[in-house]
Ligand binder design. Structure first.
Ligand code: 5RP
Length: 228
């Protein structure tokens, strides 16, 4: 079993009968959905919301009850992956392009667990290109502004065209190398008109489950007050 799978399989132990569960996006989450589907087949009663079309399709086709976000009044727990995690459990997300919906679901979840392989743990965020979701209108001008700020921006591409997110937006990846103040930088980026969301998730994860070799390590902040 690889590190992603180890972390994913452990995470489903935190899902209990009656919960409404947020399902993240990405290859690690896909392992989690497989494990969750097994528990549902054995009788676990849950409702879920998905953070992307891909996750929706995988979960629904695996027999998991996935409902529209508009139909839930609470999310008890969200399980998601991450691209980088620092020692304070701040993270970069959006490598899988789902950062906007992931942040909406995460920030409406009482608790958030991230599942990662050991390569995702870093001392400082920023080596992984930081995804910024922007509306298409005026996005070339945003690229110019980010270039002037030396953020080294690049449109995310798919088959030669700008990648389009589930929300109908473009992604600009910033090649920063390091981010000294994740929360402050997120706030700064959100002051640019046209920026919809930033892949910096500061103070959101309550627990990180890390696959390390053949073991798992749990970094626990579950004693933080619940967000909702
Ligand atoms: C999607 C994400 C993913 O959680 C992140 O990219 C990690 O992906 P993977 O589990 O495939 O390594 O943020 O927007």
């Amino acid at each position: 079993m690889n590190e992603k799978q180890l972390a994913a399989e452990r995470s489903v132990d935190f899902i209990k009968d009656g919960m409404t569960v947020g399902l993240g996006t990405g290859s690690t989450v896909n392992y989690m959905i497989d494990a969750l589907a097994q528990k549902v087949k054995k009788g676990l009663k849950i409702k879920t919301v998905a953070t992307s079309k891909l996750t929706f399709q995988l979960a629904a086709s695996s027999g998991i009850d996935v409902v529209d976000l508009e139909l839930v009044d609470r999310i008890d727990l969200t399980i998601d992956g991450a691209d980088e995690v620092d020692p304070q459990l701040n993270g970069i997300k959006g490598g899988g392009a789902a950062l906007l919906y992931e942040k909406i679901v995460a920030s409406n979840s009482a608790k958030n667990i991230w599942i990662v392989d050991s390569s995702k743990l870093v001392k400082k965020l920023g080596r992984f290109p930081l995804p910024v979701e922007v509306i298409p209108y005026g996005s070339n001008l945003l690229i110019s502004k980010f270039e002037k700020k030396k953020f080294k921006p690049a449109f995310r591409k798919f088959e030669g065209n700008n990648f389009i997110t589930d929300g109908g937006h473009f992604l600009i990846d910033l090649n920063l190398e390091k981010i000294d103040d994740p929360k402050g930088f997120e706030e700064e980026l959100k002051t640019y008109p046209g920026v919809v969301e930033v892949g910096l998730f500061a103070g959101i994860a309550d627990m990180v489950i890390v696959g390390e070799g053949k073991e798992i390590r749990i970094i626990d902040r579950m004693d933080r007050p619940a967000k909702k």
